[in-house]
Design a protein around this ligand. Structure first.
Ligand code: SF4
Ligand code: SF4
Length: 310
């Protein structure tokens, strides 16, 4: 094996039918260099484990006796006006002891060190489904190329087990990280958040220069049918003109497949759990009519729009 044998994983999701061909197991790695305003997995962004607190599950310190407070070695837990636990994030070092003490499941540590073999044991459980559906394993995040050796180790192990492999990336990684991983990837799903560097920085915290430079090199190592470039559709933030320009650029580079990803609000409640603020509070998901119009824009550039096709 060429890859690293352990890494930080924040979720393994089985039976996914919306992320690549067939029935798939999604392996989410922790850590991401971008901070997309619409991120639906805010708990994936930081590289190490993180404690989350679901306030609605907390019974209150009087009712349960507050074992979480007693378990915390950093005195990072307090009590709010409603008698419920609150975390002082300045003091908390994400050790996770409080999660083990809470009888209500209100505290949850996300992110744990796993071996390639442990992840593969989970992935192998659904081998029969992959065979019948043409599915396999998808490695995403976070940003999997933030842990390039571990990502390479996972994808190589899956290939050696004759499973179809897919990689979801935001593209913000040194080209050497792509080179380490891509030979073990059957399908590359490459996200481009915005074509304009300034706008990209405003929406994600980083310029897109490195991402565009990587995109321009992808087809030197992959054939177009093995790559899908994915654009988010976020009303008021990525408009028709932006999508048209991105599609034109993709067509010029020789890509043939694009996927439009509609904005959704499924991750909004997680921001408060991890002490973060959601800044797109006023944004609504795109209508079906808008998605249909944008699909036409993409197809008019000679590209195949893939949503619902794989
Ligand atoms: S994760 Fe550790 S430091 Fe943070 S609140 Fe829980 S017990 Fe305290
Ligand atoms: S977080 Fe859990 S242990 Fe702490 S007060 Fe709430 S219910 Fe009790």
């Amino acid at each position: 094996m060429t890859g690293k044998t352990t890494g930080q994983v924040f979720n393994i999701q089985r039976y996914s039918i919306h992320d690549g061909a067939g029935i798939r197991t999604l392996v989410f790695l922790k850590g991401c260099p971008l901070r997309c305003l619409w991120c639906c997995n805010p708990e994936s962004q930081k590289p190490g484990p993180e404690i989350g607190l679901i306030a609605s599950h907390c019974a209150g310190v009087e009712a349960c006796g507050g074992p979480c407070l007693a378990a915390c070695p950093a005195s990072a837990l307090g009590v709010n006006a409603e008698g419920k636990a609150v975390i002082d994030r300045q003091r908390c070092d994400n050790c996770g002891r409080c999660a083990g003490a809470c009888p209500k499941g209100a505290l949850k540590l996300v992110g744990r060190e796993m071996k390639v073999e442990e992840v593969m044991a989970e992935v192998e459980k659904d081998r029969a489904f992959y065979r019948r559906s043409g599915g396999g394993m998808t490695v995403g995040g976070g940003e999997p190329l933030a842990q390039p050796e571990f990502a390479a180790g996972l994808l190589e192990a899956a290939q050696n087990a004759y499973l179809h492999t897919a990689l979801e990336t935001c593209g913000h990684a040194p080209w050497g990280h792509f080179e380490a991983v891509l030979r073990h990837v059957d399908l590359l799903q490459f996200d481009l958040k915005h074509i304009d560097p300034l706008e990209h920085r405003h929406l994600t915290g980083q310029s897109n220069e490195l991402i565009l430079s990587n995109l321009e090199r992808v087809l030197s190592v992959k054939v177009p049918r093995d790559v899908i470039v994915r654009f988010p559709v976020v009303p008021g933030y990525t408009d028709t003109g932006d999508i048209r320009e991105m599609a034109r650029y993709m067509a010029r580079l020789g890509f043939v497949q694009m996927e439009l990803i509609p904005y959704h609000r499924l991750g909004v409640s997680k921001y408060a759990q991890y002490g973060m603020v959601y800044s797109l509070a006023e944004c609504d998901p795109p209508s079906q009519g808008m998605m249909d119009r944008l699909k036409e824009v993409v197809e008019n550039m000679g590209l195949v729009e893939m949503s619902g096709k794989i």
